[in-house]
Design a protein around this ligand. Structure first.
Ligand code: ADP
Length: 417
């Protein structure tokens, strides 16, 4: 199978790719729409994930970028396309899950999309159309008050319907228990959301998508769960499991850039056993001095074997109200992009952990990385990857703010290439 995925954000792309690799299918993450370069990790099979940044842009832009990526994945001989969205269905009545699904479907000639946000490995499950996050209905979870995509309904059919003109329907858990053939028979047109509580349910859904793909135009859709199941089903019975071992990256300095203000990242910062250097958003707004200060700290400790860590000084509410949320995000993200560029290109830093989806996008762009090879996971959904920045190999761990256990910043190095 050559699974071509379009992911609506960078850490979501790494999440999918890391789990697919663990299931035994090699994977790459590509930034921007692939163009003329190697897309799939091997000639025979594998998964290519195009990492876009379209979760919260306008629906029109999201659709255009997704369609472009889908066309190029098809041109690279993808055998099945995958719409990767967030396991907490992050979207608003305007989009962008519906518009992205419609755009990819139109590239494949009006295909039906089939899948679910359910990802039991991350405690996301779906029953009777209701999405549960750690056992709590989505609209009663902390996602209720997400700053950009507040989730005030838990039913994924009701959430998706206003985002598309296509039909939206549900395949219930009881039907999933009847097996892939039965599920395939229930799939109509438009967008079909399937319940799923266990990995076994997702295997059934994946098998029904692969069955449908032999008969009609179909796109798989969902969070990392369905994609992982597709990889599992595809490698079943194949003779050799490909190695997930990345080539070793010669150690030359470790850096953690934490631009996320999420609860899990805050815990990881508290537990980190090294010096923490704080980036002050107000000082950043004043001029270059703040970045100069951090650049000289990184230079001074370049030979220190303990990883350096830069995080944002707290007080998000005050920073956002005084600088404006967009200006604050832009200042902080471009500061992290510059620190990553300085560390890798000027100091030769070889190993980098980045916390935060938007932050990771900014860092990868700042480093000029176009493609990541995906290796073993340091935590579920958080794989080590290998990229090339101006020809030099860099090991990168890009994690969504809320991923990883409390000691990730201390322990992740043990699994690094
Ligand atoms: P996550 O994956 O946790 O959502 P992101 O990197 O995607 O993390 O998003 C966090 C956003 O919040 C970034 O744009 C970052 O610049 C911004 N941010 C982080 N800390 C602060 C802070 N103290 N004040 C204002 N904005 C912040």
């Amino acid at each position: 199978m050559r699974l071509g995925a379009v992911a609506d954000d960078v850490t979501g792309a790494c999440d999918l790719a890391g789990r697919v690799v663990e299931a035994g299918l090699p994977a790459t993450v590509l930034f921007g729409a692939p163009d003329g370069e190697r897309v799939f990790p091997s000639d025979d099979d594998g998964c290519a994930v195009v990492a876009l940044k379209i979760r919260t842009v306008s629906a029109e832009d999201a659709a255009a970028h997704a369609a472009d990526a889908a066309r190029r994945l098809l041109a690279a001989d993808a055998s099945l396309l995958y719409q990767k969205y967030c396991s907490t269905f992050d979207s608003t009545p305007r989009g962008n899950i519906g518009p992205i699904g419609d755009a990819i479907a139109s590239v494949v000639g009006g295909a039906v999309t089939v899948g679910t946000p359910a990802t039991p490995g991350s405690a996301r499950t779906q029953y009777a159309g209701t999405l549960f996050v750690d056992g709590v209905p989505l609209a009663e979870s902390p996602l209720r008050d997400h700053p950009l995509t507040p989730m005030r309904d838990s039913n994924v059919v009701r959430l998706l319907a206003p985002q598309t003109r296509a039909d939206v329907s549900l395949v219930r858990w009881e039907d999933v228990q009847q097996g892939p053939e039965h599920v395939a028979r229930l799939v109509g047109e438009g967008h079909v959301l399937t319940d799923g509580l266990t990995e076994r349910d997702l295997d059934t859904i994946a098998a029904s998508v692969l069955r449908l793909a032999g008969e009609r135009a179909v796109i798989a859709a969902g969070a990392a769960g369905v994609g992982t199941a597709l990889a599992r089903v595809a490698v079943q019975g194949s003779a050799s499991r490909p190695s997930v071992q990345l080539p070793a990256v010669p150690p030359a300095g470790r850096l953690i850039l934490a631009g996320s203000a999420s609860a899990a990242t805050r815990e990881q910062l508290d537990t980190f056993r090294g010096e923490k250097h704080l980036l002050d958003p107000f000082a950043l707004a004043e001029g270059e001095a703040e970045l100069d200060r951090l650049r000289s700290i990184l230079s001074a400790r370049r030979h220190n074997p303990v990883p350096a860590l830069v995080a944002v000084r707290g007080g998000v509410a005050r920073v956002q109200s005084e600088l404006g949320p967009e200006r604050a995000a832009q200042l902080i993200e471009s500061a992290f992009a510059e620190l990553a560029r300085f560390a890798v290109h000027e100091l030769g830093t070889s190993h980098l952990i980045v916390a935060g989806g938007e932050t990771s996008g900014a860092v990868v762009t700042g480093l000029g990385i176009r493609r990541l090879l995906v290796g073993a996971q340091a935590a579920p959904g958080v794989p080590w990857t290998l990229g090339h920045a101006e020809g030099r190999p860099v090991a990168l761990l890009l994690k969504s703010g809320n991923f990883g256990g409390a000691t990730l910043f201390n322990d992740a190095w043990e699994t690094a290439p």
